[in-house]
Design a protein. Structure first.
Length: 288
């Protein structure tokens, strides 16, 4: 089995999701990740404007059978300081779950949130409260909590914090984990020299069967920097060999691997930046 590789793609214009699929195809991708709208706000188009059916027809004609959705950054379930922020987060997360299902994806990636000074324990309690408000037993969508780099008051910087959320959520069978390689590295996990040991730690706390996907990113920072600055594949402190090891790991070949690396300067126009994903997917797909 070959690794399932894709990247973040855009969704805009009149063709919306169909353009997302075409962009993924242009990168020779097997899957892709999109936001249902701008990640910085709650403005969204109606579902009948997203061009979902033609997008799926294009996917099926080009060997892509699944994709994942990323929730916007503005959702902060951990906020106990501002009740309005929390209420908006719960309300919008519920809508994003509905949109994810309507678009045909079963995975919605979510940053756990930031406690904004109230403390990790209070933040974890608030996250669990929010998830308990939106998750149901018969819901056909998994929430994949993303491992975080540890900047500021982020929650999810270690497996213990994520496990505490699982323990407090009633329908925890609807929770999964998105492993971000840059975030793991930046939060202090030595995925370069001991990826299997890191997975063993995770398995003991949460269970490796609860990993839903990987974000594959190099890092501009040394391990433990807690800064979350993605680098292009092979240009950072993680390196191509370590990322290839993860991408081709036999225990996770069936899981999607999504690139979120930075755009790079165009070779033909110095004022323009272009996506690196076609070349990086090819680089990771190869063994050498």
């Amino acid at each position: 089995m070959n690794p399932i590789l894709g990247s973040h793609v855009g969704m805009s214009g009149k063709d919306m999701m169909l353009d997302s699929v075409k962009e993924a195809i242009s990168y020779s991708a097997d899957t892709f990740m999109l936001y249902t709208g701008a990640p910085q706000n709650t403005k969204r188009k109606e579902l009948d404007q997203l061009n979902i059916r033609p997008a799926w027809e294009c996917m099926q004609n080009n060997g892509i059978d699944s994709f994942v959705v990323h929730a916007p950054y503005i959702i902060n379930l951990a906020n106990t300081v501002n009740p309005a922020t929390y209420e908006i987060a719960v309300e919008f997360l519920a809508l994003e779950i509905e949109r994810t299902i309507a678009m045909g994806s079963q995975i919605l990636i979510l940053h756990p949130g930031s406690h904004v000074g109230a403390g990790t324990e209070a933040g974890i309690d608030r996250i669990a409260q929010g998830l308990n408000e939106v998750l149901t037993a018969d819901q056909d969508c998994l929430i994949a909590l993303e491992t975080m780099a540890g900047k500021g008051s982020e929650i999810g910087r270690n497996f213990e914090e994520l496990a505490a959320i699982f323990d407090k959520v009633t329908h925890s069978d609807k929770l999964r984990i998105c492993m971000d390689t840059c975030h793991l590295h930046d939060s202090g996990y030595d995925i370069v020299n001991d990826f299997d040991g890191i997975i063993d730690q995770f398995d003991q706390l949460i269970g490796k069967e609860n990993i839903a996907l990987f974000h594959i990113n190099d890092s501009k920072n040394e391990r433990g920097a807690c800064k979350d600055r993605h680098a292009n594949i092979g240009t950072g402190y993680i390196g191509t060999d370590a990322l290839r090891y993860i991408v081709h790991h036999p225990g996770f070949l069936h899981l999607p691997k999504i690139l979120e690396t930075p755009y790079i300067p165009s070779l033909t126009d110095s004022d323009k930046k272009v996506a690196p994903y076609k070349e990086e997917i090819a680089l990771l797909r190869s063994r050498t």
